[in-house]
Design a protein around this ligand. Structure first.
Ligand code: ATR
Length: 289
């Protein structure tokens, strides 16, 4: 790694704090290498108060692209020149592309979610989608779902946040969304008509892999279950769903598809998906050791 660098190498990276545990450098460097591109991807720990300087640095250093993670996804927006319309509605940016000095912000969590579904040949139009959680990831996913013309129910531990997200969707898409408290009774009712259930809460994430946001007895084989958690790869929710004959999609899919979308914005080349998936899996496994 690093021996191929030249005066023409294009630089991409990720900004966030903390940044030590990111898998993105492994995923993107594997992709650049596999596609034979003279690019490199590096981690930058950027503190909250240094974000403006970091973006000025991106301009001055002609950094080609940045991934943006916690705590900068919202704050970075006011520092860019243009924002993709869907990212604008979502109110968060996780990817910046530098086109000859013009910085544009995108939300590839949204694209990643949609492409993961497309890869499974799932069309959202007219479907009933139930989202668990109302945080940043839920927002990107809820807007993508509304944009594709599906009906939406949002369940969250604190129902006020679910309501807030539902109101935002009403404002931008003129679409009514049911917002409910995440509890057994509401889940039971909501799941009756659901085609696709998406977990965006952190329930079931390592080290709490015994937990599930939905009692497994409420699952049935007609559901498609998408858990955006990728650590563990197979959450208790996905394991239980599979046992009941339901179709499942893991968080690794969304992680890799959102990376692929960023890769394509920065390079204009088609993302080498298999290589990216393989490298991310390997990085995940070595981070567990
Ligand atoms: P992200 O950006 O990954 O979406 P986030 O914005 O912190 O992260 O959102 C975390 C989500 O997980 C929230 O919907 C949170 O619910 P609250 O809004 O009620 O806090 C949900 N969550 C976290 N821990 C949870 C738990 N133990 N039970 C239920 N929901 C939980």
């Amino acid at each position: 790694m690093g021996t191929h660098l030249s005066g023409r190498t294009r630089i991409c990276g990720i900004i966030g704090d903390p940044i030590e545990h990111t898998l993105s450098p492994r995923m993107h460097n594997a992709a650049f290498q596999s596609a034979g591109l003279d690019y490199i991807y590096v981690p930058f720990r950027v503190r909250r108060e240094d974000l403006t300087l970091a973006i000025q640095g991106m301009r001055a250093l002609h950094i080609r692209g940045l991934s943006v993670t916690i705590p900068h996804k919202v704050a970075v927006m006011s520092l860019l020149d243009e924002i993709d319309p869907l990212a604008q509605k979502i109110g968060a940016v996780n990817t910046v592309s530098n086109e000859c000095g013009v910085l544009t912000g995108y939300n590839t969590d949204s694209t990643g979610f949609l492409r993961a579904l497309e890869a499974e040949k799932i069309d959202l139009k007219g479907k009933n989608v139930c989202i668990l959680g109302a945080g940043g990831a839920a927002r990107a996913i809820a807007f993508s779902v509304a944009d594709r013309g599906a009906r939406l129910t949002i369940l969250n531990r604190h129902p006020d946040s679910a309501e807030g997200l539902a109101n935002r969707i009403l404002k931008f898409f003129r679409q009514h969304v049911l917002a409910l408290e995440l509890n057994r009774e509401n889940l039971k009712t909501a799941l009756r008509g659901t085609d696709l259930l998406v977990n965006t809460t952190s329930v079931g994430m390592s080290p709490n892999f015994d937990e599930t946001p939905v009692p497994l007895t409420l699952l049935n084989r007609k559901l498609i279950i998408f858990d955006i958690i990728y650590n563990p790869l197979k959450t208790r929710l996905l394991e239980g769903a599979e046992k009941r004959g339901a179709r499942v999609i893991s968080g690794l899919q969304m992680l890799v598809w959102q990376g692929a979308a960023a890769f394509e914005l920065w390079t204009g080349a088609k993302a080498p998906m298999e290589r990216m998936r393989e490298a991310t899996l390997k990085a995940l496994r070595s981070s567990e050791d």
